[in-house]
Design a binder for this molecule. Sequence first.
Ligand code: SF4
Ligand code: SF4
Length: 97
Amino acid sequence: MQGYRYLDDTAILRLDAEKCIGCGNCLEVCPHRLFTLNDGKARITDGNACMECGACARNCPVEALFVNPDDGCGCAHYIINSWLARVLNKQSNGCGC
Ligand code: SF4
Ligand code: SF4
């Protein structure tokens, strides 16, 4: 999802591969498809595209994922505004948060 991104190195998304049991829930629920399964363990493919919605962490049965939208900067509003600005050929006005 190269076109739907926030600022690099700002999203707080952590995966504890030791805890992961490879259930695949995070692959199903992530709206940006940021996970793959390799050798029975989830992997984050592009953490900078995370918008910190929290869906992966809420649906992980073993708490292997950690997302903190309160302290992070990922913001769906910003991503949508950036996309609209690009489509409309205008300057983005940020997220407004
Ligand atoms: S917080 Fe949301 S966007 Fe980020 S990895 Fe989890 S499900 Fe995907
Ligand atoms: S939801 Fe949790 S246990 Fe399941 S694959 Fe993702 S990280 Fe692993």
